[in-house]
Design a protein around this ligand. Sequence first.
Ligand SMILES: O=C[C@H](O)COP(=O)(O)O
Length: 317
Amino acid sequence: MTQTHPRNPGAPLDPSWFEHVAVNTPAAEARVADLTARRGLTREWQAAWLVNAIRCIDLTTLAGDDTEARVARLCAKARRPLADHILEGLGLEALTTGAVCVYPTMVGAAVRALAGSGIPVASVATGFPAGLMPLPLRLAEIRYAVEEGAAEIDIVITRAHVLRADWSALYDEIAAMREASGAAHMKAILATGELGSLANVYRAAMVAMQAGADFIKTSTGKEAVNATLPVSLTMVRALRDYGARTGARIGFKPAGGLRTAKDALAWQILMREEMGRDWLTPALFRIGASSLLGDIERQLEQHVTGRFASSSRHALA
Ligand SMILES: O=C[C@H](O)COP(=O)(O)O
C-alpha cells in the first residue's frame, strides 16, 4: 500500500448502518459459484493476473519457530519473487511482493533485509492470533512494532465483542488501535471463521471501518476456517457500502489457506466483478499468504517455458 493512498478517516459508530443487515448464505454461495464458474480468463490474461497477484501478496511467515535467518530468506524472495528466466520470459524488469508480514520481534530483521527495496514491512500485533490480552498490552505491542519500523499493522479483533453484539466495545478497541498505529496503515483481521454468521462478518467489517481501519482482512491463518469466497464477498459488499456512504476507499485482504494460483485468480475475479479494476492494486488489495507464491511461480514457469520445472528444482523455503 503506497503511503500516498488516503487513510480511512473513520466515522462515528452508527449501528443503523449494519444492525439490521441480513446476509443470505445460499445467495452468497450462488454468487461466488457464478463468479468462479463463468468468468474464465485466456492464457495470456491468466499470466498477467498471476503477476498482479504477486504484486499484491503480503508474503508471510508467522510460525513459532521463525528466526531472523528465515525472515531474511523470505525478504530475499519478496525482492525477487520469480527466477530471472521467468521474469525475462514475461518481459518484466522488476517485480516485488506487496509487503512482508511477520511477528513484531521479527520486524527489525525484515526492515534491515528490505532496506532500499521500497517493500513495506507489515507486523501482526494485538496478541495475534487470539487477541486475548489486556488492551494496554495490545496497544503497547502496536507501538513496539511501529518503532521497529513496521509501516503496516495487522490487528486482530476481540471476537467476543461481535458474538455479544457489543458494538461500542468493538469500535472503541479498534479506534484505540488505529490511534496507536500512528502513521502505519492498519488492517483489521476479523477472524471470520469465529464470528458465527455472515451477518456478523458484515457487522464486524462495518464497525472496523467506522473505527478507521484502512483494510479489512479475513483471517489470521490460525482459525479452523480461514478465508472463503462467501465470507470475502460479504466483506467486499460491506466495504462497498461503507464507500458509498463515506467516499472512503478501503482495502481488502483475504488471508489464511490461500495456496494455489487458482485461489489467486478466484479472489481477483471477485474483486474485479464486485469493485472494479481499481481495486486490483496493492494499495487496495492484498493476499496474505505463506505458501501461495510457489504455485504461482510454477504456473508462470510453465507459461514461459511450456513445461513445469522438475521437483528437484523447486525451492525448499
Ligand atoms: O496473514 C496471513 C496468514 O497468516 C497466512 O496464512 P497461511 O499461512 O494459511 O497462508
